[in-house]
Design a protein around this ligand. Sequence first.
Ligand code: ACO
Length: 326
Amino acid sequence: MTDRIYARIAGTGSYLPAQVLTNEDLAQRVETSDEWIRTRTGIRQRHVAAEGETTVDLAYQASLRALEAAGVQPEEIDLIVLGTTTPDLIFPSSACLLQHRLGANGCPAFDVNAACSGFVYALTVADKFIQSGAAKTVLVVGAETLTRMLDWSDRSTCVLFGDGAGAVVLKADSETGILSTHLHADGGKKELLWNPVGVSAGFKPEEHNAGVRVLMTGNEVFKHAVKALDSVVEETLEANGLDRHEIDWLIPHQANLRIIEATAKRLDMPMERVIVTVDKHGNTSSGSVPLALDEAVRSGKVQRGQLLLLEAFGGGFTWGSALLRY
Ligand code: ACO
């Protein structure tokens, strides 16, 4: 017995917009092929939000499902943390918009922007609130409409991303839950993966040939991602005195199948114990890890009591992991 308070995942939910864009569809727009996209990334299709459908709309649907799975009413939520890099508005935060939509008015609510690591960052913040006793029931969301800031004529980025959202309800628990979280960032490599416009820097479409769009040096990002994820996985195992074979499931950020395979290899994990959803929805940034987690739970793969390793890498650079007993 210990006095520690854990943040246990009480329920998960996710949502993908209805419209599907296949690799074949993209090959009609830019010089690419289904074969190139599949072999380089593992992606077969992505979902695209309908006109007028926003990040908060996706977050709302995912949250309703997570609340239902957890058996929690909106008025029981005492904190909302939402990871996104594509908020509906500059302000209020998407977390505030979501809070009102859910009818959870009154509790604190804020966004976390850590690009593709947004959900792992948000989960970490929520875990700290629960561990400290400041919150008992927390809604953590990762939601994005990344396709809104893509240059659809740039084949090096437009084939990679999609829209989607995932959510979890965390509850304070005396027995089990999140065991450790590990976050990192390196702001020194920003030009390798960024969207270089903004409020204070100015919306200057003429500079960087930018507009509001994702710019990426893909092969450099790839190398940094593999290295950072290797290191955070090692850090997580060491912090918990675990052998790599003790992990039941790897639930990675879904950016590229080859990056996922590299991390699995590092863990000496067969791909049957790795949750892969990137083929179905591409890189949904903050939405990716909770989407994969929800699929793993609802498909019956992940069982109560199992040890899960969540990890992500994204623009910033940011990266991190969470080890939890489900
Ligand atoms: N179709 C066909 N050819 C293409 C395409 C495409 N869609 N995109 C690029 N190419 C071409 C390039 O022009 C290049 O041609 P060249 O050799 O004639 O110059 C060639 O393919 C090879 O390009 P690379 O960029 O070296 O290809 P690579 O094997 O590295 O794959 C990819 C590119 C898929 C982007 C990979 O580097 C990757 O996945 N990187 C990591 C992305 C990532 O993980 N991002 C994480 C976070 S995202 C976030 O935080 C928002």
